[in-house]
Design a protein around this ligand. Structure first.
Ligand code: URA
Length: 400
């Protein structure tokens, strides 16, 4: 079998690696068989040379196999999940998981935390008093069996190779590589033991991939590689030039998700949840409010209280008023995400604390006519970062 140096040189020179070679390299990333320098070089060579689909499938499988794979043997499926590449005001998971469970699927959803201007599902759910996102495998199974869905955090046992490689990618400027992103996302999803995955690949100012063509290439890669790795995969390309819905910030987004589950809430949120599920029965079921009870059961099963007020405490509010009559021509997702971030709703590093209550409420979005003095948005704040958030919010709106 070729040694690590030979494999690295082959990738450096643009040769295709065999699945066994990729298994060997990824095992070495986790067990120390590769030095940090060798692992960094591997990432750089992949970044520059790219990977064939066969290599990316092998990389995905090797990363999944670096840890545990959840098994739902004994439970009836289908086992389904959604992954979003992340956006501003994206609270879809909170609605989609119980709604899909209400439609008969089982949804073992492993989610992440927010980073930078994009929010994270776990942070949102933790605005619910008592809600626990760290669940042992036995508990995951119990909740999935009894409720039909859970939303929990990643454990150390899931795709440990991804954790090592993702940290190295951050250090080596190799994050924006389509094969590396594809394998990173899919390796964690495969470890959930699902049969079907829907991907919400966002493009626009608030998205991870801002250009639609780049997001399209990522979506195609995810579908081809996910299918090659044995999943049923669909992808939707969705716009993230303005936030999804009207609420940005953890507790604010939980409130909006609950309104949607009860049959109300902003139409763009309900429409996206139904589009992603892709079941013609979803819109009527969501509008009936029946999925709310499923959400409440999931919250209770994960230790949370649906009756107690959301966390965040007493906060102040400051409106942003329209300075003239006009029609909103821009309501920029990135600027609004940054405004919520500087108020304390987000974090730059995984170990930083966030404020569950602060954020932005939107009152107008693109296409809405407004008159002078009418509120465009409200900052919900605890004092911190107010001046910067005010500037960011003002800069995010353009009236045409
Ligand atoms: N999300 C992931 O999980 N991995 C990436 O590489 C990028 C986004």
């Amino acid at each position: 079998m070729a040694d690590v140096d030979t494999l690295l040189a082959a990738k450096r020179d643009g040769q295709e690696l065999a699945p066994d070679d990729i298994d060997r390299l990824i095992a070495g990333v986790v067990d120390g068989g590769l030095t940090r320098a060798q692992a960094a070089a591997l990432l750089a060579f992949i970044y520059v040379q790219g990977m064939t689909d066969a290599e990316t499938i092998a990389l995905t499988r090797a990363m999944t196999n670096s840890g545990e794979r959840l098994s739902w043997a004994g439970l009836t499926g289908p086992f389904v999940d959604k992954h979003s590449t992340g956006g501003v005001g994206d609270k879809v998971s909170l609605v989609l998981a119980p709604l899909w469970a209400e439609l008969g699927a089982r949804v073992p959803m492993i989610s992440g935390r927010g980073l930078g201007h994009t929010g994270g599902t776990l942070d949102k759910l933790e605005a619910i008093p008592g809600f626990r996102t760290a669940l042992q495998p036995g508990m995951l199974r119990t909740v999935l069996q009894e409720v039909g869905c859970f939303i929990a955090g990643q454990t150390d046992a899931i795709a440990p190779a991804d954790r090592v490689l993702y940290a190295l990618r951050n250090e080596t400027s190799t994050v924006p590589s389509i094969p590396l992103i594809t394998a990173s996302i899919l390796s964690k999803k495969l470890a959930e033991g699902i049969d079907e995955l829907v991907l919400d690949v966002k493009w626009g100012s608030g998205a991870f991939m801002q250009a639609a063509d780049q997001a399209g290439r990522l979506a195609e890669s995810l579908v081809r590689v996910g299918t090659g790795a044995g999943l049923r995969v669909r992808a939707e390309l969705t716009e993230m030039n303005q936030p999804l819905g009207l609420a940005v910030g953890n507790a604010l987004e939980v409130e909006e998700a609950v309104a949607c589950l009860q049959g109300g809430g902003p139409p763009d949120l309900a429409a996206l949840c139904c589009r992603l599920i892709g079941d013609p029965r979803a819109p009527a079921l969501l509008a009936s409010g029946a999925a709310y009870e499923r959400f409440a059961r999931m919250v209770r099963a994960q230790g949370g209280s649906v009756d107690a007020p959301l966390l965040g405490g007493a906060l102040s509010e400051e409106p942003l008023l329209a300075e003239r009559d006009g029609v909103v021509s821009r309501c920029d997702a990135y600027g609004i995400g940054r405004a919520a971030f500087v108020l304390g709703a987000g974090r730059l590093r995984a170990d930083q604390a966030i404020h569950p209550g602060v954020g932005v409420r939107l009152h107008a979005k693109v296409g809405d006519a407004v008159s002078t003095g009418q509120p465009l948005a409200t900052l919900v704040h605890a004092g911190r970062g107010l001046a910067a958030a005010r500037d960011l919010l003002r800069g995010a709106f353009v009236l045409g």
